[in-house]
Every structure is written in structure tokens, then in C-alpha cells.
Design a binder for this molecule. Structure first.
Ligand code: NAP
Length: 254
């Protein structure tokens, strides 16, 4: 039955940056769909662990700082997650940072930090998790893109460059791995109420301008991303490869 193909019973997911924001909502949704979840990040995700365990699923914290971890450390983190929970079926590259400064004043350290967390770590985690999945001939990778995978944004050149690249990487990996049973896709959230967008929402003019441009007429919430993530992680999406699923209240349609 088709609804059964959306279930993730006894699958194991690894997600980055799930102690708060969008990652937390996706991690809990994966648990609700039946998965056990490894939470890779630099901050204790105690609240997320509690929520997943309340669902009767297992949760495992894998402490890693994505801004400093070498590729080998990321490969070891993938191994730790797979060993700790017994297998690895799903990777969600969610963690991300944003630094706002005009192009001419954009500090080099901000450029480096954003590219390291939002792109380099995504690639190295895809490499390591992809290798495990290719061996089994099955797996799902979901990268979190952005509206700034399509548009230039204002004062966020490093973020925009990284998020455009995440889409290119998603397509490149999908081309390589689709024939070997591994689905690589992306979700592009619209404007979502999290710490990432606090600066925009704190500016009444920007907040209003953004809200009024969203066809649905409101900012998104982290839970708005849950259905798309579970879908792409599930067998229901078995023929979906290299796509970018916008969850944006209609922003891109405008
Ligand atoms: P958020 O609330 O700021 O959460 C960011 C997450 O990334 C946190 O869990 C954070 O952990 C983690 N993270 C940041 N730097 C890290 C590092 N060096 N090592 C490990 N983890 C790190 O942001 P969000 O809005 O949920 O963003 C989640 C994803 O969605 C990001 O990729 C973001 O670019 C993307 N996105 C967001 C929006 C939006 O409107 N909010 C729109 C489009 C795309 P700490 O708590 O330790 O910092």
C-alpha cells in the first residue's frame, strides 16, 4: 500500500545540526516515521534525543564540529553512527551557518567558515555515507539547499555560493549513484522561522517585505519541512534522483 512506502521503520538516519531549528524538526519527523537517528553536531542535542526516545526510537549523539573536522574525522563520525545504530540508510546534511556582510567587506574568515560548514562538510559526509550505501546498493541522501541556491540574496555571498554549490553537488552525486541504488536529492527551504533568519525577522522592514512576497502569506516553520524530508528518505521517492524540492510557501513561483 502506498502509505507504507513512506514509512522508515528500523531504518537508521544520520543528520547534522539537529539540536535546534530545521534539523531538529526533521530528526523528530524521521523518528516519527520509524527511524533511529544519529545526531551529528557540536552542541548537545538533549531535547531532540528525548523527543526521539519518547517515540520508542533510538537516538545517538555523534559530537563533531563541522567547521574544523577533517575529512577523515567526518568519515569516522559516519562509521561511529553506523556502528552505534547498526546500519546507515539515510544521511541528511542539514547543518549550516550564514554570515552577513557586503561583498567588498566580506571577511575572509567568514567566507572560509561558511564554505567549510555548508559545502566542504556536506561533500565529505556524502563521500563517507555514500560509500557505505553503495556497498549495500541502497541509501538516501538529502542535502539542505536554500532559496539562495536559485537567487543571489543580499549581503550573503559566501552563503549563496555554498548553497548554489550544494545543488550542483547533489546533481553530480545523483548522476553517479542513481544507477547503484542511492538517491541523492535536496530540499530548498523558503524563509523559515529559526535562529538563521533572526536578523531578518528583527528588521521590521525586511520582515514585512519578505512576508508579503511569500504567496502563502507567512514565514515557514521547521515542521513545514518534515513531510518533504520523510518523503525523500523513504521508498516512496525511489525514482526521485537529483531533484531540489522547494518547500517555500510559493516563493519561487512568484
Ligand atoms: P539554525 O537554527 O541556525 O541551526 C543551524 C544548525 O547547524 C544548528 O544545529 C547548529 O548547531 C548547526 N551547526 C552550525 N555550525 C555547525 C558546526 N560548525 N558544526 C556542527 N553543527 C553546526 O538554522 P536552520 O535555519 O535550522 O538551518 C538549517 C539548514 O537550513 C541550514 O543548512 C540552513 O542554511 C538551511 N536553510 C535555512 C533557512 C531558513 O529560513 N531558516 C532557509 C533556507 C535554508 P549549533 O547549535 O551548535 O550552532
Amino acid at each position: 500500500m502506498v502509505l507504507d512506502t513512506f514509512r522508515l521503520d528500523d531504518r537508521v538516519a544520520l543528520i547534522t545540526g539537529a539540536n535546534r531549528g530545521i534539523g531538529q524538526a526533521i530528526a523528530i519527523a524521521l523518528g516519527q516515521a520509524g527511524a533511529d537517528v544519529a545526531l551529528l553536531g557540536r552542541s548537545d542535542p538533549a531535547e531532540t534525543i528525548l523527543a526521539i526516545e519518547k517515540l520508542g526510537r533510538r537516538a545517538l549523539f555523534v559530537p563533531v564540529d563541522l567547521s574544523t573536522a577533517a575529512p577523515q574525522a567526518l568519515a569516522e563520525a559516519v562509521e561511529t553512527a553506523a556502528a552505534g545504530l547498526g546500519r546507515l540508510d539515510i544521511l541528511v546534511n542539514n547543518a549550516g551557518i550564514i554570515r552577513r556582510a557586503s561583498a567588498v567587506t566580506h571577511p575572509t574568515e567568514d567566507w572560509d567558515a561558511v564554505l567549510r560548514v555548508n559545502l566542504d562538510a556536506v561533500f565529505h559526509l556524502c563521500q563517507a555515507a555514500g560509500a557505505v550505501m553503495l556497498l549495500r546498493g541502497k541509501g538516501k541522501i538529502i542535502n539542505v539547499a536554500s532559496m539562495l541556491s536559485y537567487q543571489g540574496g543580499i549581503w550573503v555571498p559566501s552563503y549563496t555560493a555554498a548553497k548554489h554549490a550544494v545543488v550542483g553537488l547533489t546533481r553530480a552525486l545523483a548522476n553517479e549513484w542513481a544507477g547503484q541504488g542511492v538517491n541523492v536529492n535536496a530540499i530548498a527551504p523558503g524563509y523559515i522561522v529559526t535562529d538563521n533568519t533572526a536578523a531578518l525577522r528583527d528588521d521590521p522592514e525586511r520582515e514585512k517585505a519578505i512576508r508579503e512576497r511569500i504567496p502563502v502569506g507567512r514565514w515557514g516553520t521547521p515542521d513545514d519541512l518534515a513531510g518533504a524530508a520523510v518523503f525523500l528518505a523513504s521508498d516512496a521517492a525511489c525514482y526521485v534522483h537529483g531533484t531540489v524540492l522547494a518547500v517555500d510557501g510559493g516563493w519561487l513561483a512568484r
